[in-house]
Design a binder for this molecule. Structure first.
Ligand code: NDP
Length: 241
């Protein structure tokens, strides 16, 4: 097939499953990460997928790294904007730093990573942009005003970009995962997980990273060309948007 996919935060958690799923589907994949060299090296060794260390909140770093990836692998056809962080705090105790860190990593990254590839996709007449939002961007979550705002922003971004590019062979879609059993969620204390979080999920369990990856692989395919500007909720029935 020869198509090239960039997965931000593609070395751990949901991103790792997405990188592997796209590779299995025949794409040439580049996986980005921020600073965990050990996890990235392990991932690279296990999968053979090349890794690129850069901060998605740094516009210049993204531009430079994307040039490098395109020179190594070829033009990027698929971008999965997956990298994300949490800095949870009740709003009245939240620092400006906690607010901006989440905004920059989770929302500014939509610009910094997508802007350098969009014109190439337009000129080639094909592109797939897939952003990972969250159920908490759809419904809001106590203690996550920063994260909920950024993740809701991702949905608005995708709808606008989808309209601009619908006639150019580029689709822009969002996946909004519910609670998935990655390190981000396993950092939540077990009693909170068992007494508060899992009871809210009608399917009765956390999701698996591979369940998000399968959605990404579908949205990246040629067969999904009529789907754009949409948000696919993969949350075990927790919130039906
Ligand atoms: P993890 O914490 O397991 O992995 C995060 C990945 O993102 C890592 O590869 C990390 O790199 C990378 N990353 C973080 N910050 C940056 C940055 N500034 N620049 C580049 N890469 C960065 O996260 P998850 O797999 O749990 O989450 C993935 C996405 O899914 C996030 O956007 C998250 O908000 C969303 N999500 C997750 C849910 C869940 O239940 N887990 C639920 C709903 C949404 P490094 O390894 O170097 O730290």
């Amino acid at each position: 097939m020869g198509r090239v996919a960039l997965v931000t935060g593609g070395t751990r958690g949901i991103g790792e499953a997405i990188s592997k799923g796209l590779k299995e589907a025949g794409y040439s994949v580049a996986a980005n990460y921020a600073g965990n060299d050990e996890a990235a090296a392990k991932f690279k060794e296990a999968t053979g997928i090349p890794v690129y260390k850069f901060d998605v909140s740094d516009a210049q770093a993204c531009e430079d790294a994307i040039k490098q990836i395109e020179s190594d692998l070829g033009p990027i056809d698929i971008v999965v904007n997956n990298a994300g962080i949490t800095r949870d705090k009740m709003f009245h105790r939240m620092s400006y730093e906690q607010w901006t860190q989440v905004m920059r990593t989770n929302l500014d990254s939509m610009f910094t990573v997508t802007r350098p590839v969009i014109e190439g996709m337009q000129s080639r007449g094909f592109g797939r942009i897939i952003a990972i939002s969250s159920v908490n961007g759809q419904k809001g979550q106590m203690g996550q005003s920063n994260y909920s705002a950024a993740k809701a922003g991702v949905i608005g971004f995708a709808k606008a970009l989808a309209q601009e590019n619908a006639a150019k062979g580029i689709t822009v879609n969002v996946i909004a995962p519910g609670y998935i059993g990655t390190e981000m969620v396993k950092a939540v204390p077990a009693d909170v997980l068992n007494s508060k979080i899992i009871p809210q999920i009608p399917v009765g369990r956390l999701g698996e990273a591979e369940e998000i990856a399968r959605g990404v692989v579908f949205l990246a395919s040629d067969e999904a060309g009529f789907i754009t500007g949409s948000t696919l909720s993969i949350n075990g029935g927790q919130y039906m948007a």
